[in-house]
Design a protein around this ligand. Sequence first.
Ligand SMILES: [Fe+2]
Length: 196
Amino acid sequence: MKNALKVNLGVDPSLFNRPGKVIGRHGYTTDFPKERLVRKFMPAKQVEVLRQALPESIRASLMHVNYSEIRLLRAHVHIDDQAVMNIYLHTNGEKTTFWDGPIEVDDGITKDNGNDYYNVVHDKLTPTEFFVAQPGDAWLLNVRKPHSVSMQYDERPEDQHFTPVDGVLRYAVQAYFDAPYEVVAAALIEAGKAAA
Ligand SMILES: [Fe+2]
């Protein structure tokens, strides 16, 4: 894959399962009454476990780490961070898809800016690749490329595939990097924590 890399950090993911208080609720859209994203505090001890599991060359570019409860997401790009590592603690067969094409802001149904991302106009994009994460998987994502989350199998009409299904939540540790995806990916491969 060009924009996502499966990572083996060599750390038991259950070590990270210590969510703290809610930091923020984001990603409100007109097609669903609740937020799409809840971020929760991750204690310093858990952050340090994760930091130590990273290759030394990319530790300085780790911006922050939090827990996230994430519903389905329309195609979006991140604003501050350039690469994100998700360590999935709970999933429901969701498909993360990457898209090619022009990146244009879509404010059509967005009620907030998602706090660190914006939705992009979907009709002009073409899906190029996807992955379906299992609980315990870690994936590095190129978040400057449009990416979306939908259910792998969805019987709703196509225009509803990015509208959250109530009760379906993914739960993940998210580590945000201020370094290009290619740089973080190369360091992980070099350290033997991912396959080229
Ligand atoms: Fe994202």
